[in-house]
Design a protein around this ligand. Sequence first.
Ligand code: ARG
Ligand code: ZN
Length: 852
Amino acid sequence: KEIFLKDYIEPNYLIPNVELYINILEKEAVVTSMLTIVKNCSGDTPLVLDGKELKLHSVLLDGKEIFDFDYSDDKLTIKNLPNKAVLTTTVSIDPYNNKSMEGFYKSGNILCTQNEAEGFRRVTFFSDRPDVMSKYTITVEGDKKVFPKLLSNGNLVESTPIGENRLRNKWEDPFAKPCYLVAIVAGDLESITDSFTTKSGRVIDLEIYTDPGQSNKAYHAMESLKKSMKWDEDTFGLEYDLDLYMVVAVDSFNAGAMENKGLNIFNSAYVLADPKTATDSDFEGVEGVIAHEYFHNWTGNRVTCRDWFQLTLKEGLTVFRDQEFSSDKTDRTVKRISDVSILRSHQYPEDKGPNSHPIKPESYFTIDNFYTATVYEKGAEVIRMIFTLLGKEKFRAGMDLYFKRHTGEAVTTEDFVSAMEDASGFDLTQFKRWYSQAGTPVISVDSSYNNGEFTLKVKQEIPKTSYNCPREPLFFPFPIGLYDKDGRDLTPEAGKNLIISKEYEEFTFKTENRVIPSLAQGFSAPIEVRYNYSTDELITLLTADKDKFNKFDAARRLTMISIDTIIGDIRTNRECSIDKRIIESYKKLLTDPTLEKRYLATLLYIPEVKDIALTMEEYDFKLANRARNIYLKQLATELKSNLFRLFEDNLAIDAVAERSIKNSALSILSFLGDDIAEIAQKQFALAENMTDYMAAFMSLQKCSDTVRIEANKSFKEKWKDNFLVMNKWFITQAIRDDETVLDDIKKLSLDELFDNTNPNRIRSLFGAFAGRNSAHFHSEDGQGYKFIADKIIDIDSYNSHVSSSLASAFQPYKYLGEKQAKLMKEQLIRISQKEGISTGLNEIILKTLKAR
Ligand code: ARG
Ligand code: ZN
């Protein structure tokens, strides 16, 4: 059943108080809940609670058992309730066999919850919607040998041994919250502890829990947590509000992490990190996700969403906050480039695909399908544009007003925008269209030069997408720079504050000669900017642009031009070669001592195959892959001595920046195959950190079979007992560029270390193949499609979250050539005919089929 934003009505009943009692037994858990129910409507509207896969034992109304209720279709309906009553239900649930990873489930030896978005209905009967906010007291009881730690939200108020073998812990959270933030954890957990003193002098206890033997890998997460707490005080004046903050790492988790009040539950990949087992980018991932979940305490928990259509209210804003945090802690430009690359390679295709939607969609079948790059990453860009338009001070004033007005409430994106407007005086009326319009705006810029006047002609076009919505002109910042052909900066003051708001606009600047524009500096809006740059103009920007983002973008554009030229050459059977001017400019960059190393590494831009396919009218992944390989092999050949020197020069210092440039050089050189076998093998054998080890391992995949197979074997031998490191082993083999890769994947899926119920493992093998090995997933025999369809069908029976997200691999359907489309269609139809297909998967598959 499709659900619409316009149908929103306030809850008929409120539940100000909840007392939960969870008794964990050997084969099940018995959940008793006492809900204080208060009528919030007139008439004799029945109370309807959600409940999924609950074995109902009893229903009591004000202490007396009643039988006049109906439990069917996941709803418990009770008629004739008084205005206020206490409803007590007792149910059994089975966390041990819950493979959906939603509600209360087992991950390894830990029992834990995941209730966002609609998992709490699998725990007990409840009005499972975010605008029903309650104060919770939660008691958890279990066998104290199996579950010596019994955790929930808030503060531990009682811990009582029950007889010889059992323990009962009572938790109280003083703040009202929606049920999606409830968390329960039971396990034999190890922990590290620390504390943080807030700006008002309160001492907060910090605890990070892991499986036994793992807690020594949680120190980086702990440091990140303390940094996040400090940063949110310094930047937004936001102080933590409970006395205890807990994080638990689990190996089976559908998403990255979850911001449950006072008790975050994390995919272990975003908690555990030490140099031996985690790469530099893993370290940054941990820091970013720890920050993200911590920041949710205010943007998400204390101010929450009225309904799930408002998801971007908390996610877009919190991603913006975690991006800003990471920018302050690492390198702002490098972080920006990496965030934009994620947006371009995940969100842009989503906008062009069957599940295109605005950051605030107006309808859905399953909200699970909207935890997307659009809601998260484009949502963060929308917040960033408000930040740019208002400026830092006024944005902060807007945030202050937002919290002043809405702390403790469940609100809408309009409430957020109103706070920003009221605090700043900035009119965001037109800007708000970003919330309701889907699609990546295409901004086509043309220029002319006449009598000392340089004119930019800017046209904006909102593309038609699979999502039906108006396509009115958007309002966004569009700062520009102007350079002459020798790279002199001629940017007028006015250029820095340009705003686009109309379908067509012209801007004129007085300049002595024709100039080169640097457009939408800093990636000022989630748009695609088209300008017919000549190669020389781009080389000038690559050399001279003071906007570091656009300097990078010049490198990206040059790369895409080179590859595009190669594609043309292949199509017309001409010999392929990279423009000498481009090679020369790269040689200069590689020897420029003023460039920061991590930044230089971003300039050695390597697009993914699907980034290239995306620029084709009809996606030809095979051709894109071929052109990419030719390009990279030539680049490696032309720059060989420079890259080798760069590699050698950065061996001595073992730090993030040096590793990043050294390994970027190695990864381009690896397109020379066995030429790098020796240095890669050496690095593989001697590496003391996972960054170098993985860089070498990935390069060895491009060497001859014996070299590669040897590396694969030694990797497994060394790391077979480390769950997270072995994910990397699966991924690396799943994305190998070779015709036979699918056979390998089939073998790997039978490996004793593979587990088809663990989301991380599924993503590492099947997800990596379908999402990142486009050339072979889209193989001409259709076997890639068939294999992934088989997996989707299988997985959907127990985890619809993972099956639906795997199905996004079929997103390019609309853009395939006839032959490929036919092959894909067969599989889409086969999936759609699966008996008992989940609502989530069905929504994705039907939308995909409708695309052509
Ligand atoms: N709120 C969590 C986070 O961003 C993610 C929850 C994912 N849940 C889901 N149903 N996809 O921080
Ligand atoms: Zn989030």
